[in-house]
Ligand binder design. Structure first.
Ligand code: UD1
Length: 364
């Protein structure tokens, strides 16, 4: 094992990173001096601080305060500030997670400085190169020295792209997080009680992908679909989506649909409560698709493709692009039809990642 003082920098910035940090940081801190660097990609209370507070995450050693902007400007600003931070902090390795612009900037900064780079959630592919997330995944994987892959499909994807060195199938840190969250929720009042919801009697809806919400026609179709759902719809609204709903006028479609309840974005623990209690989830979030599968809740994904193919293959998730006009029908009628498998590991991915990093850095 490396000495307790071997420094590792974990780069985070967006909501899904904070969830993954819960198990990962705990595992890393047993063997390393882990510092967290927050790019500031997400900055609203509900998108960032709430997660650090309720999940008792380690305070970031640095907060780069980059904020929102066009993809190039945002990623470029992160790259410049991360380079400075990494030169000063001199970590033995950099860890990036997932597929956001913060992930890409972290990967570029580490690679250009010659710092060993580890990617958590490597090998995930949605096969749509026009999606910013897919671009971020592909570039990050090709720059990484250690690739921590959640699933068997991910290992095969990397091999097709010629990446076979440094590849470790460890399981999915989101399953680790889900299991850890159970301990944190014990003394909390359920979100269902606070929102006056009945278990199994509502649909949970979330939308934030650029392809869905930045296009006014698409967003209008989504709003129409939610208005045509037969159950109560609980809709925690991402800040980007809220702005677009107002700008495009799509929000007016809910005027005659009081069963659609728009609420502020929720933290991780409330989100898990809401998924667990839902009859079904309709979403364009990759993370939610997986959580539904893990918790045994049917999911309708508003997209043409998914990176989490196992959930569709096993019959618990169905892909229905909003432009098909069949989203509401799918939400009202979809029933899962297969057995769920153990594709996402055993809840110990983070421990494996820490062990492999220890062996790799110890040996160098
Ligand atoms: C990002 C990730 C996406 C991830 C999602 C989780 C990229 C390319 N996309 O998308 O993969 O699933 O995070 O939420 O990195 N905004 C606020 N407050 C905030 C953050 C954002 O108001 O705290 C608004 C701003 O108007 C901003 C817009 O949301 O322009 C989009 O934010 P951005 O971070 O660019 O992308 P996300 O859509 O959040």
């Amino acid at each position: 094992m490396p000495s307790a003082r071997t420094r590792i920098a974990t780069i985070v910035g967006a909501r899904p990173h904070f969830v993954k940090l819960l198990p990962l940081s705990r595992a890393l801190r047993r063997s390393f001096d882990e510092i967290v660097i927050h790019t500031g990609q997400h900055y609203d209370f509900e998108m960032s601080r709430l997660f650090f507070d309720e999940l008792e995450l380690p305070e970031p050693a640095r907060h780069l305060g980059v904020g929102s902007g066009p993809h190039g400007a945002q990623t470029g600003a992160m790259l410049a500030r991360l380079e400075e931070a990494l030169v000063e902090e001199r970590p033995a390795a950099v860890i990036v997670l997932g597929d956001t612009n913060s992930t890409l900037a972290g990967a570029l900064a580490a690679a250009k400085l010659g710092i060993p780079l580890a990617h958590v959630e490597a090998g995930v592919r949605g096969h749509n190169r026009r999606e910013p997330e897919e671009q971020n995944r592909v570039v990050t994987d090709h720059l990484s020295d250690l690739l921590f892959v959640p699933t068997a499909d991910g290992v095969a994807e990397l091999s097709r792209e010629g990446i076979t060195r440094g590849v470790h199938r460890v399981g999915d840190v989101m399953l680790d997080a889900l299991e850890m969250a159970a301990a944190l929720t014990r003394d909390r009042a359920s979100a269902l009680g606070r929102l006056g919801l009945e278990r199994g009697r509502y649909v949970l809806a979330t939308f934030h992908r650029a392809a869905n919400v930045d296009d006014a026609t698409m967003l209008g179709r989504i709003a129409d679909a939610l208005a045509a759902v037969e159950d109560t719809v609980v809709f925690p609204v991402h800040p980007r989506t809220r702005v677009r709903l107002e700008q495009s006028g799509a929000a007016s479609r809910f005027a005659g649909a009081p069963h659609v309840r728009m609420i502020e974005p929720v933290g991780y623990l409330d989100s898990l409560d809401l998924v667990r209690g839902a009859r079904l989830v309709v979403t364009d979030s990759g993370g939610l698709q997986k959580e539904c599968y893990l918790l045994g809740v049917p999911c309708v994904t508003a997209d043409r493709q998914t990176a989490w193919v196992e959930t569709v293959r096993d019959g618990w998730n169905v892909l229905v692009p909003p432009e098909s006009g069949r989203l509401a029908e799918a939400v009202n009628t979809f029933k899962p039809r297969g057995q769920r498998g153990r594709h996402y590991g055993d809840g110990r991915a983070s421990e494996r990642i820490a062990d492999i990093l220890g062996r790799t850095l110890g040996a160098s």
